[in-house]
Write a protein that binds this ligand. Structure first.
Ligand SMILES: Nc1nc2c(ncn2[C@@H]2O[C@H](COP(=O)(O)OP(=O)(O)OP(=O)(O)O)[C@@H](O)[C@H]2O)c(=O)[nH]1
Length: 386
């Protein structure tokens, strides 16, 4: 099959420009997510570079060769930087413009300018280099990227491989034939591959940016902004899932309901900033006192909850006692009498229903408050104190 080169060039220029404009729009809408800005730059530069390259043959050969290829190398530098900033690294300007500069400098050398194999070799090597660098930027940061990066890595490596293999079989002879008037499908296939790569990498980048934004939004929606531990919504969802797992595997579980004592006094006497610091400190004590398999959260103003799988009431009371003791050491001023009351309930009494477990733990908490605060009580089916 032979593709019509002028049609392909026109399509390439228009589609890249359109994609670049759409990417620019996505960049502005995403509150300036830098990856999209660099990707928009890559697409627009690629469109412009292709336009300048296509001017060859109408009396502007030198301009087309030097400027067109320099713009395309700059586009490759922008594409690499899009992946680099997505991976959390800063743009490196010398390397971004390095490819285009090297190209322009080599073009000052008449022997290089007159040698098509040399020109094609350098252009291809620079493309391969930027593509491999883009894949490497993503791969080295893969554990913290919170998005599926494999499509982008695979696309970049396939692009590099394709260009490298063309270099091995051609070294510019096909281009010579095309521009001297002979039709050759070889160059059109190369152009088509670059075109498809640009479209593919643009969509894959959009998907990566979107996926990461969703993961971050979900984390924000589930996190209590003051203490940094889970909020009520996150606690309820995780605890429900954990309880369902315990029910399925017939494991015990216990729930701790913690309420800071006389917290209104802390705020009234020492100000809200001190109250906030106490809440932050308690959140830290709580998350450090439990195992990784447990879940905890701030479920109200000064109310916190923990679900402990594989623990009965006696084991849960030990954990609660540890939390209570650590809490009493939180405040530097002993006059503050900063303490916590904790109610404990277990699934042996409440069953595997979270609302029932919370209700029984709440009754135990009420008993702890009524019996003088700064203590741990577990649920007992006795009448509550008045
Ligand atoms: N600083 C601060 N205070 C909060 C926050 N959320 C809730 N509070 C305060 O926590 C206090 C809770 O007071 P109460 O419900 O009367 O309970 P308490 O004073 O702890 O008394 P007991 O629970 O009976 O020991 C209120 O003064 C709330 O304003 C917060 O995010 N920061």
């Amino acid at each position: 099959m032979t593709l019509h080169l002028p049609t392909l060039l026109l399509l390439d220029i228009c589609v890249l420009a359109l994609l670049g404009a759409l990417m620019l729009h996505a960049w502005r809408r995403s509150e300036n997510e830098a990856t999209l800005g660099w990707m928009a730059g890559m697409l627009l530069l690629a469109s412009l570079g292709t336009l300048v390259v296509s001017l060859r043959g109408i009396g502007m050969d030198s301009l087309s060769i030097v400027l067109g290829q320099a713009l395309l190398r700059l586009a490759a530098g922008f594409g690499w930087t899009a992946m680099r900033v997505f991976a959390g690294r800063r743009p490196c300007w010398p390397a971004i413009v390095g490819g285009a500069l090297l190209w322009a400098l080599l073009c000052l050398w008449p022997h290089f300018m007159s040698s098509l194999p040399w020109r094609v070799t350098i252009v291809t090597l620079l493309t391969v280099l930027y593509s491999v660098m883009a894949a490497w930027e993503l791969w080295r940061a893969r554990r913290q990227l919170q998005a599926a990066i494999l499509p982008a890595v695979a696309l970049s490596l396939m692009h590099a491989l394709f260009c490298a293999s063309l270099l091995l079989v051609d070294s510019g002879q096909a281009i010579e034939r095309v521009w001297s008037g002979l039709d050759d499908s070889f160059v059109t296939w190369r152009l088509l591959e670059a075109f498809l790569f640009a479209i593919g990498i643009a969509f894959v980048t959009l998907a990566m940016v979107r996926e990461r934004a969703e993961v971050r939004l979900r984390a924000v929606a589930n996190c209590d902004p003051l203490t940094g531990i889970g909020n009520r919504r996150a606690f309820m969802a995780s605890a429900e899932a954990l309880l369902a797992d315990c029910r399925r595997t017939e494991r015990p579980a216990a729930l701790l309901l913690c309420d800071l004592d006389h917290f209104k006094l802390v705020n009234d006497r020492h100000g809200h900033a001190m109250g906030d610091a106490a809440l932050i400190g308690f959140g830290r004590v709580l998350s450090q006192s439990i195992r990784q398999s447990d879940v905890c959260g701030r479920i109200g103003g000064e109310e916190f909850a923990c679900l402990l799988p594989d623990a009965n009431a006696a084991q849960a009371e030990l954990v609660a006692e540890r939390i209570r003791l650590e809490c009493s050491e939180l405040m530097p001023d002993p006059a503050l009498c900063f303490s916590v009351s904790i109610g404990v309930a277990e699934v042996a009494q409440a069953g595997y229903e979270l609302p029932r477990l919370l209700a029984l733990a709440d009754q135990a908490l009420y008993r702890a408050k009524a019996n003088g605060r700064n203590r741990v009580e577990h649920y007992a089916a006795q009448p509550l104190p008045a």
